[in-house]
Design a protein around this ligand. Structure first.
Ligand code: SER
Length: 322
């Protein structure tokens, strides 16, 4: 991976993946593309920024040729809860961006990384130690796109030799750009709300629902380590279970309350998020990723909470100063 195009670079993953890739591969070798004009402006402050609608195959292809790209990170997607509000749009965007990435990769000899998700699993998947290879019958449009995307990516590898690789991300906790429209978003939102005046957070996910989570620095390392992995070690490709922690809202909030004793929490459960989160794994088995490419997360619950509180407080102070 030498010349990299990040599509959907202005989102939760992209805003942190771009600097991570720049650090590893050099600023001139990372092109950050996004659909939104204001986002392209923001990206241009620290990167080569380009405006791109991932559904515009001709423009996408032109950008790959212009910069002699050899690796595409396809991050353009609608998340789970938002997808349920507009399933047709979710299908068009999530599958359209992937199909364009795969076809352009095939024609230009690029590798492709596309995130899959815990959302690829469904209610009849084993929820505890969810195996790498198991039943995948999701009941959200987001999950349907993820399973289809995994199959399509494997197909492009076996049929056309495109070097496609992917991980099934748990909920990603981060302090750069906010996630939007996901079911796991509560585990990010709580940090912003709980340090505001009032120190209160109302959660839309039921308190006993476990989901896998990962802190952004581990998520970024997973991406680059998988893309750099020796292909001869990969039995799987699309997509690997990875996780670094599993908790429910009650446990996360109790751990936050230890640090902020005045913090209070209550619940106003969103039925859509309740149904989605109940259908996802409680905890995935990520032993194939560990074995095939050395996946080894470094951040656990306590370190993540301390770091998040520090970073979000600093962000809040910086905003107050402006
Ligand atoms: N974070 C995503 C969501 O909640 C799952 O991958 O939709």
């Amino acid at each position: 991976m030498k010349r990299i195009l990040v599509v959907g670079a202005g989102g939760q993953i992209g805003t942190e993946l771009v600097p991570h890739l720049q650090k590893n591969y050099g600023k001139d070798n990372v092109i950050a593309a996004d659909l939104r004009d204001d986002m392209v402006e923001k990206l241009r402050a620290n990167a080569i920024g380009e405006k791109l609608d991932a559904l515009d195959g001709a423009a996408f292809s032109e950008l790959v040729k212009k910069y002699k790209v050899d690796t595409i990170f396809n991050l353009a997607a609608l998340l789970s809860a938002k997808g349920e509000k507009n399933p047709q749009l979710a299908w068009n965007l999530n599958m359209g961006a992937l199909l364009n990435s795969l076809n352009i990769a095939k024609d230009n000899n690029c590798a492709v990384f596309t995130p899959s998700s815990i959302g690829a699993f469904g209610a009849n998947t084993p929820h505890n130690k969810t195996p790498q290879d198991t039943i995948m019958r999701p009941n959200t449009i987001y999950g349907v796109c993820k399973v289809s995307g995994e199959l399509l990516s494997d197909y492009y590898f076996t049929r056309f030799g495109v070097d496609t690789r992917s991980v099934r991300f748990p909920g990603i906790i981060s302090n750069g750009a906010l996630p939007g429209g996901g079911t796991t978003d509560y585990a990010v939102e709580v940090f912003y709300e709980i340090i505001k005046e009032g120190n209160h957070y109302t959660c839309e996910v039921p308190e006993e629902t476990y989901m896998d989570m990962i802190y952004m620095p581990d998520a970024l390392n997973a991406v680059t380590e998988l893309m750099e992995a020796d292909p001869s070690g990969l039995v799987h490709r699309n997509s690997f279970n990875i996780t670094s922690m599993s908790f429910n809202p009650r446990e996360l909030f109790a751990a936050i309350k230890k640090r902020i004793p005045q913090a209070t929490f209550d619940y106003n459960v969103d039925p859509v998020k309740a149904a989605i989160s109940a259908s996802w794994p409680d905890m995935m088995d990520d032993s194939c990723a560990r074995k095939e490419w050395g996946w080894c997360p470094k951040w656990g619950l306590d370190e993540m909470i301390d770091d998040m509180l520090l970073a979000v407080r600093k962000k809040q102070q910086d905003t107050a100063r402006v």
